[in-house]
Design a protein around this ligand. Structure first.
Ligand SMILES: Cc1cc2nc3c(=O)[nH]c(=O)nc-3n(C[C@H](O)[C@H](O)[C@H](O)COP(=O)(O)OP(=O)(O)OC[C@H]3O[C@@H](n4cnc5c(N)ncnc54)[C@H](O)[C@@H]3O)c2cc1C
Length: 405
């Protein structure tokens, strides 16, 4: 039962009335249907190649996607489309937003430059919106994964690769600098495949040293399904301490487990991912404890859909006498998922932000496929969403019967 009492306030993740206050009955029924499909893994696996083929053959599937999976998990195709969604989240529940340009997997210099342009526009737009505290980007949105790998492995670069790396560094710095010049925006660097991490971490650390002097501008992401990341948190604390900067850190479990394990198997090294879910959970909890014990050095963003983890953080904040509105602590979920967590945490006064993905439908397809896979592979996630939606539909039905009698 997901109900806990905090200083006379009730945090109840089963409060569906509040969780779905932005959704009409029609929208809820559509979401229930969609999660019902996603719950069946084989259907999701089958859907992926069919969709890719349909796009390659230029079949008119965009309309269908827009009405279904896209509208569930994305805010829109552009900033203007997203505006009504983020306004709704804030007006109805004080849930804030991070606009996430979710074009993935296009490896060309033009696309990397376009991503930077878009990020700069998002920065300008977000600056004027009180409900948007962060920007976010994926390193592979501004540079090739293989260059990050080569730098991480200290491999020799050709002249053109060195120039390419120079352009990646420039893009990375341009966006961090732009955010640092705003009054209060912060920027989150997402984490991806572990073989890109050394290069990404070095760059992110450089940016933190440069821009986190007077406030926490740059946040790195630590995936705690990786054995060694607990130690990395200690390295980050040392970095903050030595350079007199605050370290922004987003803690997540990690989204690339299959890819990590497959690569390790193929290349014959030990997978860096924890051996099982229980070990990941322990690493995640230990990481969270470490950050909380050192909140003089860290700002924390907890990115999770796990209700127990969110409850744990609430308990721990209470135990540490940290108020719900303390701006060093943030909770985050993805748009279209776990509204029961986001809305009820925000109702209890916590800082809650939704990643709101956007981009042209065709280009966010890889993101949508990952969402579909996550909702079928995590098993209980789709079932939990369906359970909550059913309960809310029933509550509304009973209410209207009562009103009519
Ligand atoms: C706001 C937000 C931002 C995010 N940003 C990132 C990001 O930048 N990079 C990133 O990689 N992910 C990111 N994620 C995704 C995140 O890493 C998880 O994949 C996702 O949230 C599911 O984990 P959970 O904590 O929500 O739920 P849970 O259901 O408790 O955990 C599922 C996770 O546990 C781990 N796991 C599951 N089975 C096993 C197993 N057999 N062995 C070992 N570990 C296992 C995996 O990490 C899996 O994703 C983000 C999530 C959110 C909500």
């Amino acid at each position: 039962m997901s109900t806990i009492v905090i200083m006379s306030e009730i945090l109840n993740f089963n409060n569906t009335e509040f969780a779905f206050s932005t959704k009409s009955n029609v929208e809820l029924k559509k979401a229930k249907f969609l999660f019902g499909i996603l719950r069946y893994g084989p259907l999701t696996k089958l859907g992926k190649p069919i969709l890719e083929l349909a796009f390659n053959m230029r079949l008119p599937v965009q309309g269908l996607l827009r009405q279904t999976i896209f509208s569930q998990f994305c805010g829109g195709e552009n900033l203007l489309d997203c505006k009504s969604e983020i306004d709704k989240l804030y007006a109805k529940g004080k849930v804030m937003s991070i606009l996430d340009y979710s074009v993935e997997g296009i490896e060309s210099e033009t696309s990397f430059d376009n991503t930077l342009d878009t990020l700069l526009k998002v920065c300008q737009f977000s600056e004027s919106q009180e409900q948007i505290p962060f920007l976010v980007f994926k390193p592979t949105g501004i540079g090739r994964l293989d260059i990050f790998r080569k730098i991480s492995e200290d491999a020799a670069l050709s002249i053109s690769e060195s120039e390419e790396w120079g352009r990646i560094r420039k893009r990375f710095e341009t966006i961090c600098e732009a955010v640092s010049k705003t009054d209060s925006l912060k920027i989150m660097v997402d984490a991806e495949e572990s073989w890109s991490h050394i290069a990404v971490d070095r760059l992110t650390e450089e940016m933190m040293i440069k821009y986190n002097k007077s406030r926490t501008v740059v946040f790195t992401t630590v995936q705690l399904y990786l054995d060694h990341k607990l130690n990395y948190l200690k390295t980050l604390k040392g970095l903050g301490d030595k350079n007199h900067v605050k370290v922004g850190v987003k803690l997540v479990r990690g989204a690339y487990m299959e890819k990590e394990r497959n690569r390790a198997l193929r290349m014959g090294y030990k997978s860096p991912v924890c051996q099982d879910k229980a070990t990941t959970d322990k690493n995640f909890n230990d990481g969270l404890d470490y950050v909380l014990e050192n909140l003089d050095f860290f700002d924390l963003f907890l990115g999770t859909h796990n209700e127990f983890s969110c409850e744990q953080l609430v308990h721990k904040l209470t135990a540490h006498n940290i108020t719900s509105t303390d701006d060093r602590v943030w909770f985050g979920q993805l748009f279209g998922m776990s509204d029961n967590i986001s809305f009820n945490l925000a109702k209890a006064g916590y800082n809650v932000v939704k990643y709101v993905p956007f981009g042209p439908i065709k280009d966010v397809l890889p993101y949508l496929i990952r969402r579909a896979e996550e909702n079928s592979s995590v098993g209980s996630q789709s079932s939990r969403e369906i359970e909550l939606i059913k309960s809310e539909l029933l509550r509304r039905k009973e209410l209207s019967i009562k009103a009519n009698t």
